[in-house]
Design a protein around this ligand. Structure first.
Ligand SMILES: Cc1cc2ncn([C@H]3O[C@H](COP(=O)(O)O)[C@@H](O)[C@H]3O)c2cc1C
Ligand SMILES: O=C(O)c1cccnc1
Length: 333
Protein backbone atom coordinates (compact mmCIF):
# COMPACT_ATOMS: atom_id res chain seq x y z
CA UNK A 1 0.00 0.00 0.00
CA UNK A 2 1.56 3.26 -1.13
CA UNK A 3 1.20 6.62 0.66
CA UNK A 4 -0.65 7.87 -2.45
CA UNK A 5 -3.27 5.10 -2.14
CA UNK A 6 -3.82 5.90 1.54
CA UNK A 7 -4.10 9.63 0.77
CA UNK A 8 -6.59 8.97 -2.05
CA UNK A 9 -8.73 6.91 0.32
CA UNK A 10 -8.64 9.56 3.06
CA UNK A 11 -9.61 12.21 0.50
CA UNK A 12 -12.61 10.21 -0.70
CA UNK A 13 -14.17 9.92 2.78
CA UNK A 14 -17.33 11.92 3.59
CA UNK A 15 -15.62 15.18 4.59
CA UNK A 16 -13.70 17.95 2.88
CA UNK A 17 -10.19 16.63 2.08
CA UNK A 18 -7.78 17.32 4.95
CA UNK A 19 -10.50 18.65 7.24
CA UNK A 20 -9.56 16.33 10.12
CA UNK A 21 -6.10 17.86 10.13
CA UNK A 22 -3.38 15.99 12.00
CA UNK A 23 -5.78 13.14 12.71
CA UNK A 24 -5.59 12.32 9.01
CA UNK A 25 -1.78 12.28 9.15
CA UNK A 26 -1.94 9.90 12.09
CA UNK A 27 -4.49 7.68 10.29
CA UNK A 28 -2.19 7.60 7.24
CA UNK A 29 0.75 6.67 9.45
CA UNK A 30 -1.20 3.79 11.02
CA UNK A 31 -2.32 2.57 7.58
CA UNK A 32 1.23 2.71 6.32
CA UNK A 33 2.71 0.91 9.37
CA UNK A 34 0.08 -1.84 9.31
CA UNK A 35 -0.23 -1.98 5.49
CA UNK A 36 -4.02 -1.81 5.58
CA UNK A 37 -6.84 0.73 5.21
CA UNK A 38 -8.42 -0.65 8.39
CA UNK A 39 -5.69 -0.30 11.04
CA UNK A 40 -6.20 -1.57 14.58
CA UNK A 41 -5.10 0.06 17.83
CA UNK A 42 -6.20 -2.66 20.26
CA UNK A 43 -5.28 -4.92 21.91
CA UNK A 44 -2.28 -3.00 23.17
CA UNK A 45 0.30 -3.23 25.91
CA UNK A 46 2.84 -1.01 27.62
CA UNK A 47 5.86 -2.63 29.25
CA UNK A 48 7.62 -0.56 31.92
CA UNK A 49 11.24 -1.52 32.58
CA UNK A 50 12.76 -0.57 35.95
CA UNK A 51 16.39 -0.28 37.04
CA UNK A 52 18.70 1.75 39.25
CA UNK A 53 21.76 3.82 38.40
CA UNK A 54 25.15 4.00 40.13
CA UNK A 55 25.57 7.56 38.89
CA UNK A 56 23.03 8.72 41.51
CA UNK A 57 26.08 8.78 43.87
CA UNK A 58 27.30 11.88 41.97
CA UNK A 59 24.32 13.97 43.11
CA UNK A 60 22.70 14.22 39.65
CA UNK A 61 19.10 13.77 40.81
CA UNK A 62 16.89 15.27 43.52
CA UNK A 63 15.65 11.81 44.60
CA UNK A 64 17.17 8.77 46.32
CA UNK A 65 17.39 5.42 44.51
CA UNK A 66 14.89 3.85 46.95
CA UNK A 67 12.13 5.72 45.09
CA UNK A 68 12.60 3.40 42.11
CA UNK A 69 11.40 0.33 44.02
CA UNK A 70 8.70 2.27 45.85
CA UNK A 71 7.30 3.46 42.51
CA UNK A 72 7.60 -0.01 40.96
CA UNK A 73 5.39 -1.30 43.77
CA UNK A 74 2.96 1.58 43.33
CA UNK A 75 2.76 0.90 39.58
CA UNK A 76 2.21 -2.82 40.19
CA UNK A 77 -0.55 -2.01 42.68
CA UNK A 78 -2.36 0.09 40.11
CA UNK A 79 -1.88 3.43 41.86
CA UNK A 80 0.83 5.27 39.84
CA UNK A 81 0.22 7.75 37.01
CA UNK A 82 1.12 5.04 34.51
CA UNK A 83 -1.28 2.55 36.11
CA UNK A 84 -4.31 4.83 36.11
CA UNK A 85 -3.61 6.06 32.56
CA UNK A 86 -3.16 2.49 31.32
CA UNK A 87 -6.49 1.56 32.91
CA UNK A 88 -8.27 4.61 31.52
CA UNK A 89 -7.00 3.96 27.97
CA UNK A 90 -7.58 0.19 27.96
CA UNK A 91 -3.87 -0.59 27.75
CA UNK A 92 -2.48 -3.74 29.31
CA UNK A 93 0.44 -2.82 31.62
CA UNK A 94 3.37 -4.95 32.62
CA UNK A 95 6.27 -3.98 34.92
CA UNK A 96 9.63 -5.68 34.47
CA UNK A 97 12.45 -5.28 37.01
CA UNK A 98 15.58 -5.54 34.90
CA UNK A 99 17.94 -4.15 37.54
CA UNK A 100 16.70 -2.33 40.63
CA UNK A 101 18.77 -2.27 43.80
CA UNK A 102 17.87 -4.72 46.53
CA UNK A 103 15.35 -7.53 46.47
CA UNK A 104 12.24 -7.02 44.34
CA UNK A 105 8.92 -6.92 46.13
CA UNK A 106 6.70 -9.92 45.52
CA UNK A 107 3.86 -8.15 43.71
CA UNK A 108 1.95 -10.62 41.55
CA UNK A 109 2.00 -8.39 38.46
CA UNK A 110 5.73 -7.75 38.62
CA UNK A 111 8.08 -9.62 36.30
CA UNK A 112 11.68 -10.03 37.41
CA UNK A 113 14.55 -10.45 34.93
CA UNK A 114 17.31 -8.80 36.90
CA UNK A 115 20.58 -8.55 34.97
CA UNK A 116 22.35 -6.93 37.94
CA UNK A 117 21.41 -4.74 40.91
CA UNK A 118 21.77 -1.34 39.25
CA UNK A 119 24.27 -0.06 36.72
CA UNK A 120 27.74 1.10 37.82
CA UNK A 121 28.56 4.77 38.29
CA UNK A 122 29.15 6.00 34.72
CA UNK A 123 31.15 8.96 36.03
CA UNK A 124 33.85 6.59 37.34
CA UNK A 125 33.69 3.45 35.17
CA UNK A 126 31.64 1.94 32.34
CA UNK A 127 28.04 1.64 33.58
CA UNK A 128 27.54 -1.73 31.89
CA UNK A 129 29.74 -4.29 30.21
CA UNK A 130 28.78 -5.23 26.68
CA UNK A 131 27.63 -8.59 28.01
CA UNK A 132 25.31 -6.96 30.57
CA UNK A 133 24.04 -4.57 27.90
CA UNK A 134 23.19 -7.52 25.65
CA UNK A 135 21.48 -9.41 28.46
CA UNK A 136 19.25 -6.39 29.16
CA UNK A 137 18.54 -6.01 25.43
CA UNK A 138 17.47 -9.67 25.41
CA UNK A 139 15.04 -9.05 28.29
CA UNK A 140 13.37 -6.34 26.22
CA UNK A 141 13.30 -8.53 23.12
CA UNK A 142 11.54 -11.29 25.10
CA UNK A 143 8.91 -8.82 26.24
CA UNK A 144 8.22 -7.69 22.67
CA UNK A 145 7.90 -11.32 21.60
CA UNK A 146 5.50 -12.13 24.39
CA UNK A 147 3.41 -9.02 23.57
CA UNK A 148 3.20 -10.11 19.93
CA UNK A 149 2.32 -13.68 20.95
CA UNK A 150 -0.48 -12.27 23.11
CA UNK A 151 -1.85 -10.57 19.98
CA UNK A 152 -0.89 -6.98 20.87
CA UNK A 153 -1.00 -4.79 17.73
CA UNK A 154 0.18 -1.60 19.41
CA UNK A 155 3.00 -1.70 21.94
CA UNK A 156 4.87 0.89 23.99
CA UNK A 157 7.78 0.83 26.40
CA UNK A 158 8.35 3.04 29.42
CA UNK A 159 10.68 3.19 32.40
CA UNK A 160 11.14 3.83 36.08
CA UNK A 161 14.66 4.47 37.36
CA UNK A 162 15.81 7.29 39.59
CA UNK A 163 18.79 8.99 37.94
CA UNK A 164 18.00 7.77 34.43
CA UNK A 165 17.81 11.18 32.79
CA UNK A 166 21.61 11.29 33.23
CA UNK A 167 22.34 8.23 31.01
CA UNK A 168 19.55 9.42 28.67
CA UNK A 169 21.37 12.76 28.26
CA UNK A 170 24.69 10.96 27.73
CA UNK A 171 23.17 8.74 25.02
CA UNK A 172 21.41 11.65 23.34
CA UNK A 173 24.62 13.71 23.21
CA UNK A 174 26.67 10.70 22.12
CA UNK A 175 24.31 9.57 19.37
CA UNK A 176 23.23 12.97 18.01
CA UNK A 177 26.49 14.88 18.53
CA UNK A 178 24.56 17.63 20.33
CA UNK A 179 26.24 19.59 23.14
CA UNK A 180 25.22 18.89 26.75
CA UNK A 181 23.42 22.22 27.17
CA UNK A 182 20.89 20.90 24.63
CA UNK A 183 20.53 17.45 26.17
CA UNK A 184 20.69 17.96 29.95
CA UNK A 185 17.56 19.10 31.75
CA UNK A 186 15.90 19.15 35.15
CA UNK A 187 14.83 15.50 35.16
CA UNK A 188 12.50 14.84 38.07
CA UNK A 189 13.19 18.32 39.52
CA UNK A 190 16.89 19.27 39.77
CA UNK A 191 17.96 22.51 41.43
CA UNK A 192 20.81 24.66 40.08
CA UNK A 193 23.55 22.76 41.95
CA UNK A 194 22.28 19.37 40.75
CA UNK A 195 21.97 20.66 37.21
CA UNK A 196 25.54 21.89 37.20
CA UNK A 197 26.87 18.55 38.46
CA UNK A 198 24.73 16.69 35.94
CA UNK A 199 26.07 18.79 33.03
CA UNK A 200 29.65 18.12 34.12
CA UNK A 201 29.09 14.36 34.62
CA UNK A 202 27.36 14.00 31.24
CA UNK A 203 29.96 16.11 29.40
CA UNK A 204 32.90 14.18 30.84
CA UNK A 205 31.33 10.75 30.29
CA UNK A 206 30.47 11.50 26.67
CA UNK A 207 33.97 12.89 26.05
CA UNK A 208 35.45 9.66 27.39
CA UNK A 209 33.47 7.30 25.15
CA UNK A 210 32.88 9.35 22.00
CA UNK A 211 36.04 8.09 20.29
CA UNK A 212 34.87 4.46 20.55
CA UNK A 213 31.51 5.05 18.89
CA UNK A 214 32.55 4.62 15.24
CA UNK A 215 34.49 1.39 15.75
CA UNK A 216 32.82 -0.18 18.79
CA UNK A 217 29.37 1.35 19.24
CA UNK A 218 28.14 -1.25 21.76
CA UNK A 219 31.06 -0.59 24.15
CA UNK A 220 30.54 3.18 23.88
CA UNK A 221 26.77 2.89 24.43
CA UNK A 222 27.01 0.33 27.28
CA UNK A 223 29.45 2.60 29.15
CA UNK A 224 26.82 5.35 29.55
CA UNK A 225 23.63 3.27 29.41
CA UNK A 226 21.17 1.92 31.94
CA UNK A 227 19.64 -1.56 32.15
CA UNK A 228 16.08 -0.33 31.56
CA UNK A 229 17.25 1.78 28.61
CA UNK A 230 19.00 -1.24 27.06
CA UNK A 231 15.85 -3.31 27.64
CA UNK A 232 13.69 -0.67 25.93
CA UNK A 233 16.10 -0.66 22.97
CA UNK A 234 15.75 -4.45 22.68
CA UNK A 235 11.98 -4.15 22.99
CA UNK A 236 11.90 -1.68 20.09
CA UNK A 237 14.23 -3.81 18.00
CA UNK A 238 12.06 -6.93 18.26
CA UNK A 239 8.72 -5.10 18.10
CA UNK A 240 9.83 -3.48 14.84
CA UNK A 241 10.92 -6.82 13.36
CA UNK A 242 7.54 -8.25 14.38
CA UNK A 243 5.84 -5.31 12.62
CA UNK A 244 4.06 -4.03 15.72
CA UNK A 245 2.99 -0.39 15.82
CA UNK A 246 5.36 1.11 18.39
CA UNK A 247 4.40 4.22 20.39
CA UNK A 248 7.28 6.19 21.87
CA UNK A 249 7.23 7.77 25.31
CA UNK A 250 9.39 10.66 26.55
CA UNK A 251 13.04 11.61 26.74
CA UNK A 252 14.39 8.42 28.32
CA UNK A 253 12.40 6.08 26.08
CA UNK A 254 13.52 8.08 23.06
CA UNK A 255 17.17 7.79 24.10
CA UNK A 256 16.58 4.02 23.94
CA UNK A 257 15.09 4.49 20.47
CA UNK A 258 18.29 6.29 19.45
CA UNK A 259 20.30 3.30 20.69
CA UNK A 260 18.07 0.89 18.75
CA UNK A 261 18.22 2.91 15.55
CA UNK A 262 21.99 3.21 15.80
CA UNK A 263 22.58 -0.52 16.38
CA UNK A 264 19.70 -1.88 14.26
CA UNK A 265 18.93 0.70 11.57
CA UNK A 266 15.32 0.84 10.43
CA UNK A 267 13.85 0.21 13.90
CA UNK A 268 12.47 3.77 14.08
CA UNK A 269 10.37 3.20 10.96
CA UNK A 270 7.76 1.38 13.10
CA UNK A 271 7.54 4.25 15.60
CA UNK A 272 4.94 6.89 16.33
CA UNK A 273 6.08 9.68 18.67
CA UNK A 274 3.39 10.44 21.25
CA UNK A 275 4.49 13.76 22.70
CA UNK A 276 7.38 16.11 23.17
CA UNK A 277 8.63 16.09 26.75
CA UNK A 278 9.63 19.26 28.60
CA UNK A 279 13.16 17.79 28.81
CA UNK A 280 15.14 19.72 26.18
CA UNK A 281 16.92 16.62 24.88
CA UNK A 282 13.70 15.02 23.75
CA UNK A 283 13.25 17.37 20.80
CA UNK A 284 16.90 16.75 19.83
CA UNK A 285 16.40 12.97 19.84
CA UNK A 286 13.07 13.10 17.98
CA UNK A 287 14.64 15.29 15.30
CA UNK A 288 17.45 12.81 14.80
CA UNK A 289 14.91 9.98 14.42
CA UNK A 290 12.83 12.04 11.98
CA UNK A 291 9.73 11.75 14.19
CA UNK A 292 7.10 14.44 14.75
CA UNK A 293 5.24 14.11 18.06
CA UNK A 294 1.44 13.95 18.06
CA UNK A 295 1.20 16.17 21.15
CA UNK A 296 3.41 19.22 21.50
CA UNK A 297 3.70 21.69 24.37
CA UNK A 298 1.90 19.53 26.90
CA UNK A 299 4.79 20.09 29.30
CA UNK A 300 4.87 16.44 30.36
CA UNK A 301 8.11 15.25 32.02
CA UNK A 302 7.25 12.17 34.01
CA UNK A 303 8.28 9.16 31.97
CA UNK A 304 6.75 5.86 33.21
CA UNK A 305 5.15 5.56 29.76
CA UNK A 306 2.63 8.30 30.54
CA UNK A 307 3.17 10.27 27.31
CA UNK A 308 2.63 7.15 25.20
CA UNK A 309 -0.51 6.34 27.19
CA UNK A 310 -2.19 9.72 26.78
CA UNK A 311 -1.72 9.45 22.99
CA UNK A 312 -3.63 6.14 22.80
CA UNK A 313 -7.14 7.69 22.51
CA UNK A 314 -5.87 9.75 19.57
CA UNK A 315 -4.63 6.57 17.88
CA UNK A 316 -8.11 5.10 18.44
CA UNK A 317 -9.69 8.19 16.86
CA UNK A 318 -7.34 8.01 13.87
CA UNK A 319 -8.15 4.34 13.28
CA UNK A 320 -11.89 5.03 13.66
CA UNK A 321 -12.05 7.59 10.85
CA UNK A 322 -10.98 4.89 8.39
CA UNK A 323 -14.46 3.38 8.94
CA UNK A 324 -16.27 6.51 7.66
CA UNK A 325 -18.54 6.43 4.61
CA UNK A 326 -17.08 7.49 1.28
CA UNK A 327 -18.36 10.77 -0.24
CA UNK A 328 -20.26 8.81 -2.94
CA UNK A 329 -21.85 6.54 -0.30
CA UNK A 330 -23.13 9.67 1.41
CA UNK A 331 -24.65 10.74 -1.90
CA UNK A 332 -22.15 13.58 -2.34
CA UNK A 333 -20.89 13.81 -5.92
C1 LIG B 1 8.00 9.90 42.55
C2 LIG B 1 8.58 9.76 41.17
C3 LIG B 1 7.88 9.04 40.19
C4 LIG B 1 8.42 8.93 38.91
N1 LIG B 1 7.96 8.30 37.81
C5 LIG B 1 8.81 8.50 36.84
N2 LIG B 1 9.84 9.26 37.23
C6 LIG B 1 10.90 9.71 36.34
O1 LIG B 1 11.94 10.39 37.05
C7 LIG B 1 13.16 9.65 37.06
C8 LIG B 1 14.23 10.35 36.27
O2 LIG B 1 14.54 11.62 36.78
P1 LIG B 1 15.96 11.91 37.47
O3 LIG B 1 17.01 11.52 36.47
O4 LIG B 1 15.94 13.37 37.76
O5 LIG B 1 16.03 11.05 38.71
C9 LIG B 1 12.82 8.31 36.44
O6 LIG B 1 12.47 7.38 37.42
C10 LIG B 1 11.67 8.64 35.54
O7 LIG B 1 10.90 7.51 35.22
C11 LIG B 1 9.63 9.54 38.55
C12 LIG B 1 10.35 10.25 39.52
C13 LIG B 1 9.84 10.37 40.84
C14 LIG B 1 10.60 11.12 41.88
O1 LIG C 1 10.47 12.79 29.32
C1 LIG C 1 10.73 11.92 30.16
O2 LIG C 1 10.67 10.71 29.86
C2 LIG C 1 11.14 12.30 31.56
C3 LIG C 1 11.51 13.57 31.89
C4 LIG C 1 11.89 13.87 33.17
C5 LIG C 1 11.90 12.89 34.14
N1 LIG C 1 11.55 11.66 33.83
C6 LIG C 1 11.16 11.35 32.55
Amino acid sequence: MTPAEVAAHLNSLAKPPGSLGRLEDLAAQLCHLQQTLTPKTTPRRIVLFAADHGVVAEGVTAWPSEVTQLMVRTIARGRAASSVLAASTGTDLRVVDVGTLGPTSPEATLHVWKVRAGSRNLAREPALTVDEFRQAVAVGEKQAESAAEAGMVVVAAGEMGIGNTTPASCLTSLLTGSPTDETVGLGAGADDAILERKRRVVGEAVDRVRGKLPTDPETAIAAVCGLEIAAMAGFYRRAAVLKRTVVLDGFIATSAALVAERLWPGTARQMIAAHRSAEPGHAVALRQLGLKPILDNWGMRLGEGTGALIAMPLLDAAAAIMGMAMLHEAGVQ
